[in-house]
Design a protein around this ligand. Structure first.
Ligand code: AKG
Ligand code: FE2
Length: 330
């Protein structure tokens, strides 16, 4: 559970990344310090910034620039890659088509997921089967985003090793059947500014993304450098802003890590309100469990939390499908 934190810690993860393929990583003092900071951040806020992640500033910016170019296309052009259930809920949705917690969001977005071929997960996978939808223009968008996803997956896997150590497990706790083949998601999001309407009347304090927790394990948020719009809820109900730190990701933990850790780490509620006149771009990468992973409190986490499982077992793919089916107005 998030406490009454006042700011979000910034963590340099470079010592962790350089050692995370070493089976004796936990003995390294640099790794131990990163683990201590990650653990503290997850217990206090459920949110942290990371720097020293190795993705270049220029790639981070280009990902947003190309996204902005896409959102600048005509509505007709964007609709050519429209999200539909038949396409496995992959593709573009326009402003106010996306629903969080029952209310419409002032955002447009392209949703992508790890691709699932027909029959790969049987009935469990059917809803999400499909290929990602990329526009003809900008021509480099597909290749750029695929490169970006690979890099984010690699960093996330390594941060998860740090979190596994923080929880008191072995570094490889989330490899293999749990999240060795992560069902990652990428949401490329545009939030219209106040009165830049895209055909809709909009006003101040319109919610860009309603209050929610993320579904999976770890999210990496790449947000515009010049607009503060992401807000995080503290225990007493106060909203704290997560202003952009150029070159750094905002990271937060999701519902599945809450279950696996038996609540040692919680998924913190957050929302987005773009009260600037400018159009805000955010590219959010989500590192998730394997699609068919069964998620239940890990034994060593149960021991550390009084010996009782606080959460029921969930199957990640079921949890996701449940959420996705309620998120769109089709
Ligand atoms: O736009 C942002 O900063 C965050 C978006 C978000 O929380 C989400 O898509 O889950
Ligand atoms: Fe989120």
């Amino acid at each position: 559970m998030a406490t009454d934190f006042k700011s979000i810690p910034l963590i340099d993860i470079s010592p962790l990344l350089s050692k995370s393929d070493d089976s004796r990583m936990s003995e390294d003092p640099g790794v131990a310090e990163v683990v201590r900071q990650l653990d503290q951040a997850c217990k206090v806020a459920g949110f942290f910034y990371v720097k020293g992640h190795g993705i270049s500033d220029s790639l981070i910016k280009e990902v947003r620039t190309v996204s902005r170019e896409f959102f600048g296309l005509s509505y007709e052009e964007k609709l050519k890659i429209k999200l539909t259930p038949a396409r496995g809920y992959r593709g573009y949705q326009s402003v106010f088509e996306i629903i969080t917690g029952g209310a419409r969001d002032k955002q447009e977005a392209i949703d992508c997921y790890r691709e699932i071929t027909k029959g790969m997960y049987g009935d469990l996978g059917r809803t999400m089967e499909g290929c990602n939808m990329w526009p003809r223009d900008p021509a480099n968008m597909k290749a750029l985003m695929e490169e970006y996803v690979n890099l984010c997956t690699d960093i996330s896997r390594k941060i998860m090793r740090g979190l596994a150590l923080g929880l008191g497990g072995s570094p490889n706790e989330f490899d293999g059947e749990r999240a060795g083949d992560p069902f990652w998601a990428l949401r490329i999001i545009g939030y219209p500014g106040v009165s830049t309407t895209n055909g809709h009347a909009t006003s101040e304090n319109d919610i860009g993304c309603g209050a929610h927790t993320d579904y999976g394990l770890l999210s990496l948020i790449n947000q515009d450098d010049d607009i503060t719009a992401l807000q995080i809820k503290t225990l007493s109900g106060e909203w704290i802003s997560a202003p952009p730190i150029p070159g750094a990701f905002v990271c937060n933990i999701g519902d599945m890590l809450k279950i696996w850790s038996n609540g040692l780490y919680d998924s913190t509620v957050h929302r987005v309100v773009n009260n600037s006149p400018k159009f805000r771009v955010c590219v959010a990468y989500f590192f998730e469990p394997n699609y068919d992973a069964g998620v239940e409190p890990l034994d060593f986490c149960v021991k550390r939390t009084g010996g009782k499982k606080k959460f029921e077992r969930a199957v990640y793919g079921e949890h996701l499908v449940n959420k996705v089916k309620n998120n769109f107005e089709m």
